[in-house]
Ligand binder design. Sequence first.
Ligand code: ATP
Length: 897
Amino acid sequence: MTAGIPAREDPVTHVAELPGRAAGYAEWPAWADPAVVAALRDCGVSAPWAHQAEAASHAYEGRHVVVSTGTASGKSLAYQLPVLSRLAAGEKANALYLSPTKALGADQLRSVSSLDVPGVRAASFDGDTPMVERDWVRAHANWVFTNPDMLHRGILSQHGRWAGFFRRLGCVVVDECHTYRGVFGSHVALLLRRLRRVAEHYGASPVFVLASATTASPASFASRLTGVSCVAVTEDASPRGARTVALWEPPLLEELTGENGAPVRRSAGAETSRILADLVVEGARSLAFIRSRRGAELAALGARRILSEVDPALAETVAAYRSGYLPEERRALESALLSGRLLGVATTNALELGVDIAGLDAVVLAGYPGTLASFWQQAGRAGRSGDSALVVFVARDDPLDTYLVHHPAALLSRPVETAVLDPANPYVLAPQLACAVAELPLTVPELEMFGGAAAQEVLAELAEQKLLRRRSSGWYWTSRDRPHAEVGIRGTGGEQIAVVEADSGRMLGTVDPGSACFAVHPGAVYLHQGSSYVVDELDLDQGLALVHAENPDWTTTPREIVDISVLSTQEKQDFGGVSVCLGEVAVTSQVVGYLRRRPSGEVLDHTPLDLPEQSLHTRGVWYTVSGELLGTDEVKGARARRVGGSEAGGSGRPDAAFADSARPGPGGSEAGGSVHPGLGGSEVAGSVLSGPAGSEAAGSACPATANDSVVSARGVSREAASSDADSGDGEAGTGGHRVGTESAGPVGTGEEPLASGRGPAHEGGRAPGSAGLVPARVPGALHAAEHAAIGLLPLFATCDRWDIGGVSTAWHEDTGEATVFVHDGHPGGAGFAERGYAAIVPWLAATREAIVSCECPTGCPSCVQSPKCGNGNEPLDKAGAVAVLETVLGALRQHGS
Ligand SMILES: Nc1ncnc2c1ncn2[C@@H]1O[C@H](COP(=O)(O)OP(=O)(O)OP(=O)(O)O)[C@@H](O)[C@H]1O
């Protein structure tokens, strides 16, 4: 693949050979039904691997169990064997299977159905199940394949219609349980408690069998998720083919420079198209994982274009895959991939989980998927058949990816993180308890399973709102309407928006309501299976976006105004001129227009839009720096008015502020909420802080869907990409820089001319004071510090960048000082801000190190730039950011205990 590339331009930064492993077999358990064993043997399973037999026996014998082993280690058999054995033996032991994606559910149903075990009536019950089939499923199926969404809305909400099924419920399978983290995970944890309660109501006490990718502490995670004590099986005895992992950094483009003269790298999406095309030419069956829906479309399109020049027939063997396609389209693509009719598929993480595609020769990952668990899950799609296989990790032009391709150990040798969830989050607990009470009156003894005192508090509030009535026997739902439809468990809130071609009435797909204003605002270019459409109308009330086919030579980028305010401060520590706070914040955002751009990035025009405001109440961590410490006492001005983006940013006024807002990213929309467990805090922190090298992970790293914004002190405008266009993949490279790997030591006290190549710093305009910044430099310094802090938080909190956002301002009305906010992107928060607060010193130290050790002169995508900054990454003051961070860290260290 690198043939013909001169050695000095070799994009491969590291090659690792992962050795193969022989299988460890066990006997079929004595309890296994002969018909099931025969069916499995027919499918090529001559004997179970040791971990399968162990987990299956736990489940059969009634112990809740989690099997946490590698990709394609046969986790399915661990639950299939006990469930099928009981059903084949004619026992009244129904099973409920839950998967985070429909694709996985469909695949598992196919797998069970193909065994054709007598007595088993397996059926799916999800959003794709036709109405006419639903009654049959309820009445006759003894193994139902569904997902948390359907369990919540379509099963528990009307459990009376499922009474027969629940009476016989013997087993609940929770597949890919590591994906249930953050707010989505907290919802699922409470949903499983609701499920247990309803099952108990019908006299059933099902055993839970959970399957997870390799994860830290699986037993405690599974126990937290289900609320019952689980044993873990973690010794992986499946055979493994050898794999070659290549880390790949796209080359710099000599003819182009990016914003502020930063070097430009070829985009990961474009690089992935080329690699995918090469693999297809070689006849290798390959998957390319792209982080955004739009990126997946573009990568497939790019590969097809390249292949059509080689052989038009080959172009036909490449397709895109993502959620938002109609079910039949997805099934057709899955089977074409399984049959080998398709050789190359560019996909979002919709194909990451479980879809059993045997014999893949190669996997290309365009960008770090956010967590190690996801990385290995995606990489594990290659070599499933036991043959050797190739995994190529293509770095996107951002700090984390750049860091990883130059620090292979951080990617290849670190333990996978554990998932974090918090079922006590009141924003999750309240709607879940409302649903629970509406399902069945809640008694006092049942409080414990929902969190005891925390639940009681929330119930009291719900009773106050007259949603519930408290009686001596417990809590009762008062309304005739069920609350379920109003409760979105993935944090996307509400019904999907249908994208419909106006002329033909054909439904093309769906978009999350939270992303609709970004992805399908009037005038937006919408891509579907390589075809391009332009949106004519967005009707949020009707849940409809009307589009027409058009293939313009421009793309669209929404602009947004964001406002942040502090609702309450829960924790505050003062460090002599610096304060660090944790609390509730309200982030209000509104898409106010969009830019049309040529592929080169050239802006054609700006069109205003009138769309409703969206509001996010969440938790944030923020630090303030006094004017005295900044050296800018005069910064304190009157409250700034909300102003348009470029105006404020361009002015460099000290009262301007900048934001990166969080929005559920492609991960969320494809695989169910933000599904990736984040990087484990402490090990990662250790590695990041262990030396200057670690600091190169710094980042402009705005959340993938979030973009920098320009704001007044209370008003932020940002130029936002839709969740479809968020990763930048597949689009023209928007910036680039090669990070020096070893050379940069911790330099830059803010006194040396480390970075700023423009503005007052360059002119020597420094006021006396700790940070020594003249007022005009403060906005750029804070803006740059905020970008980098957002980029680094995923290393300390169990999150990825989609989960967090940030705002910086030289003067904020609620704090009265220069402030940098980093906030969770989910209503009620997801625990990330807390983690940032708890790790404030190592987090900010890593942020500073990251900026300092980047070799670029004035900021680049690998340190403080964001590729989609609404204000063209202006103002960004790299040296100023270092000065601010050093001042803050100095105060924290001096005044901290
Ligand atoms: N004991 C066995 N002997 C031979 N092949 C097996 C055995 N167990 C499972 N397999 C095969 O291994 C493949 C992977 O199995 P499966 O999809 O259950 O793995 P998994 O661990 O659930 O994968 P994922 O990581 O995608 O969740 C399947 O094709 C399955 O038929």
